[in-house]
Design a protein around this ligand. Sequence first.
Ligand SMILES: [Zn+2]
Length: 540
Amino acid sequence: MKTIVNKKNILIFIVSLVVMLLVASILLYFFLTRDKLVFKLIGEEVLTVEVYAQYNEPGIQATVDKKDLSSNVVIDDSKVDMNKVGTYEIIYKINYEDKEFQLVRTVKVVDTEKPTLTLKGKEEITIEEGSVYQDPGCYVVDNYDPKVKDKIQITNYVNTSEVGVYEVVYSVVDESGNKNSVTRKVVVKPKGDTNKDNYINLMDSNQITNMVFINDGIYIEGYVKDNNGNFKIKVCKDNQKDCVSYDMNKKDDYYYYGNIKLSSLDNGIYYMWIESEISEKVIDKLDMQYRIVRAKLGNKLVTFDYDHNNVKIIVDDFSYQYDILIDPGHGGSDPGASNNIIDEKQLNLIQSLYEKKRYEEHGLKVLLLRNDLSYGMTMGDSSWPPVRKKAYALGFYGVVSKITYSNHHNSSEDPNLSGWEIIVPATSSQEYLSNIYKIKDRWKKSYPTLEEHTRIYTRNYNTNSIFTKEDNNKYYFTDYYAVLRVPYQLFHVNNVLFEGSYLSNSKDFDWYYTKNNWKKLSEDKIRTYVEALGIEYIEP
Ligand SMILES: [Zn+2]
């Protein structure tokens, strides 16, 4: 009896178990085949991209069953800066069934491009035993490192007191650690070897090594083939007719320097010749930055055009084309300073457009280097960094504009910094500075946080990296102000940088931007410049 009961119980147990398993399997089946989100990256989890390249998003898979939900994915790639070497994260987020799913892709922006070194002068130079070896130097450019020029190392093994073949090695390592080098061969020939051709190629004879505008012409330095006689520079129309000759000073046997007056030349196109024992056309061996430069010299507009290596000088009567040239700082992929309300490039544009409109109400002719959020007008070589191309355009158009300035706004990691800055070149004339001081005085009255934040830096171009503050303290900074330096050095244009306020200081910014007080400061500028041009100021 007992055994029968047990058998029955076992049967019931087995049947229940089978039923339970069946139910569980059905549940499991439905669980497994229910609509599940598939969320994964397409392509590599860690992407390496070359700086300045375009970032191509490989995409993401977000599907449920066969339904594509990828358009619901929020991609945050705002941290990625393709113009800056670094490691960045892209975050992908999707909400599905009230749950947030997140994926991360790492983007490594790298610079693997080597700097390019190009020898100035000949690859092989032959000199006479006992003579002085003048190294012509080397150009270096890099795709990313703007300061690569300062990093060039020259190892000169030349021993001119001993006949032989030597090397000069130029090497450079850019900011990202990319190395490159180039070598020049220097042959030291026995003394008395009268075959002049063996050593007259000491330098490319007609090489200019320096050229800057002076008040009525240019100061020039360069090498010449022979060391006899006096060096002269001839500036000639129509090849070698109608020439004006200028005596040059001798620095050593192959090196000349001196001033050339150009303001008295008739209008026309000229070429330059260097004359000593022989006569040769002067060609460009300068850095490419000198490709085209122009300046107002006396009553003439003198343009140097180094196209195709010919130094073409175009002399024309000078006339202004614009009253005011405004450079709204930054633009394009360069936003400038930023806070969570606005980018500097946008604020600079708003302000510049306002000022343009106001000047035009006074009947003035205004040129803006950009009218939208793009980078705007640039000039020069496509390989140059954008700020240099901008600085170049600023100089080129600044020459024919009575007043030139750049609008900027500051930012600092220190949130307490506030106020405005005016930055002017040290070489500015007194007349030019008097307008700046007028603006400064007006800003002091208009601006509430004046005392700690009055900054007028001036730049000493001769020492190249020293700024002198108003109080005559000296400050050593790296020079970032290409828009001040390039227009002055290459075009004789005095530019000024107005930094309106600190975007990084919320109190400052609130007063300046939110409460619209920037217009007050703009009006101070407009009043000063309008009056400087001899026009009566009209209130807005
Ligand atoms: Zn700026």
